[in-house]
Design a protein around this ligand. Sequence first.
Ligand SMILES: [Zn+2]
Length: 474
Amino acid sequence: MDGQADLRVVNARVVTPSGSIDGGVAAADGEIVAVGSERNLPDADRTIDAEGNYLIPGFIDPHVHWGLSRYEYEYHEGLAHDFETETRGAVHGGVTSVVNFLLQPDPYVPDMDFFREVGEENSYIDFAYHAIVHQDHHVEEIQDLAEEGVRSFKVFFNWYKHASPELGIDHSDAGRVYKVLDDVADIPGGVVMFHAENEDLAIERRKELQEEGRNDLEAWSESAPNICEAMQIEQIGRLTEFTDSRAYIVHMSTGEGVDICERFQEKGVNLHAETLPAFLAHTKDKDLGNWGKISPPLRGEESKKRLWEGLRNGTVEYLGTDHCPHKIEFKEKDTGKYGDVWDAIPGDNNGIEYFLPVMMSEGVNKNRLSMERLVEVACENNAKRWGLYPRKGALAEGSDADMVIVDLDKSRVVDDDFYHTMEPGYSTFHGEELTGLPTHTIVGGEVVVEDDELQVDKGGRSYLARGPEGVVRE
Ligand SMILES: [Zn+2]
């Protein structure tokens, strides 16, 4: 490129789609204009010396639930609130794009202008949407939502009977699942996402455990045993094959799930899987109290091992967080960390901010995953699956200059000062020391967090409308 760039990062180990190199990246007008050795980069207004640390694309979190602070606010107010507080955490943690799940009983299309503006005005990062289709009128909206840039649709197999009736989640019998898969099969880039847990079995198990007087975190795991997930993934795989559609298992937690996905993938069925840092780092016997009540529940050592293997061998292609912003009082139902496990609210808090640190700490620094493979599953693959690539998810000329400098030796204990979100008081990683943290987060060529200090105001970010060919730059 001729002329002056806005920003250069030099003296870095740069992870690019074609391998890692020693050098740097230059950005102008929000885009990457050069990747290479320092002497081949243009001059810039500002140069950051990465001091030999890694420079990687910002993480993309494809699984967050902004608006779950709806228990304190009306849903749309909650969205405005969470976009600000939770993406503020995101940039501190090295996450630079997010795909949020829309969830309301009303149709989505009439509110799309609001959904676009609420993010543009309140977010620190660019964003896209999935829609949770849990009413007949949502299923009827699928084609129109695709026109609005929403091409992924989620179905819950749990929840609809007993948990959270206030969310108004309707049934997801095989007929509806068939219909959604069949409709989405015809949409270019369309994907159906599934929370794969059999609720009918879980209800009986819950009753039995409660009658035995059990009330502990392991009982929560035993109430939705591995077979709950395995049964649903098996059904999803078969219906996906039958409809020749595309399916994505969110937060897959079991070794059984890895085996089933592998079998369908070998047959050429479009069945894909995401897992969470929590399932890669924790097991069900960990002393987390009700902070460890997540859905699906934590599993045993065998599943954890199999999920790491799946990430390495390609069966598990995606990472997300399932970040649920709940206040601690609400999570614990005011009964404390070791209160009633059956009453406590499922879901983990603050995933978006611990996402990168946990994966560096547990993955790269423990030699379970190479930095290059981590960049694939947390950046590149997420961007490709959700139509954001190559604008997002790559350090390459023409991509958005969303990047993170990671110091693999920098460490911190996760305490009340660690997080920058609405509720810094808890997560499944509270009290643990994490090693491998961002030193700089850059969004659209602008340094947004430097040495743990926020540098910018909220807002001015883009809604990533996904067309038949993915997102195009305006
Ligand atoms: Zn979720």
